[in-house]
Design a protein around this ligand. Structure first.
Ligand code: FPP
Length: 236
């Protein structure tokens, strides 16, 4: 397994190039206020909007967001439908602004399993921003890391020997810089089947802040903390 050729972080004060976030706590945010879960998810989308707007100013190359996991299909139908509706509305309302801000959208995970109207909106958003050169916002949809690794390993096996390099070349993130920093909100401290391979050398940052309360300032705090950490990739 090779370590990233260009490592961020460490005593040289490198800045994080690729940050991923497990956006957790929408339900608890709503419950604390005696509001329906759907309102928590709505406020979660507003947090997404603010953080996406802040990402470019922080010099981020890639922000990867865990929006819908392969396990989220186990949620009640009504909640799944609320989440799909929110994603559709987010694309309709924010695509133009993102495109004007030179943001490139990318999806990781098998989003083609979503309803045809959602897939069409996503395909259109991807095509519309494909040639942009600013921050990449990679949204994980119907994403599960074990599923991703299995898909990548099958493709690698069909072409030749399976090695860490050939698997990595077929991951959904193959065209992205190495993951530097993984953030999880809401006080939970686990990876929940997100970027398991990519997190091998990533720094982890946990906060008790619930996702709807998360702002670009929190993202900056995490990135500042990252810049002070020394990464040794198993060396000394
Ligand atoms: C976790 O909160 C959050 C989710 C499962 C969904 C995340 C989705 C969004 C923030 C909105 C859609 C995203 C985009 C990109 C428009 P939870 O419901 O698990 O909260 P809980 O653990 O407190 O119950």
């Amino acid at each position: 397994m090779t370590v990233p050729a260009v490592a961020s972080g460490g005593p040289e004060g490198g800045r994080a190039r690729h940050v991923a976030i497990i956006m957790d706590g929408n339900g608890r945010w709503a419950k604390k206020r005696h509001l329906p879960r759907a309102v928590g998810h709505q406020r979660g989308v507003e947090a997404v909007r603010k953080v996406v707007r802040g990402a470019e100013g922080l010099g981020l190359e890639v922000l990867t967001l865990y929006a819908f996991s392969t396990e989220n299909w186990r949620r009640p139908e009504e909640e799944i439908s609320d989440l799909m509706g929110l994603m559709k509305r987010f694309i309709l309302s924010d695509l133009e602004e993102m495109a004007e801000n030179n943001i490139r959208l990318k999806i990781i995970g098998d989003y083609k399993a979503f309803a045809p109207d959602v897939v069409e909106l996503i395909d259109n958003a991807l095509a519309h921003t494909a040639s942009n050169t600013g921050t990449t916002i990679a949204v994980a949809l119907n994403y599960g890391s074990m599923d991703e690794i299995a898909r990548a390993a099958s493709k690698a096996a069909s072409e030749g020997p399976i090695t860490p390099e050939t698997i990595a070349a077929h991951l959904d993130t193959a065209d992205l810089p190495p993951l530097d920093l993984l953030i999880r909100t809401s006080g939970e401290e686990r990876l929940s089947n997100f970027l398991l391979w990519q997190a091998a050398y990533a720094e982890l940052w946990f906060t008790d802040v619930l996702w709807p309360d998360f702002t670009a300032e929190h993202l900056k705090q995490a990135m500042d903390a990252f810049a002070t950490r020394e990464r040794r990739y198993g060396g000394r």
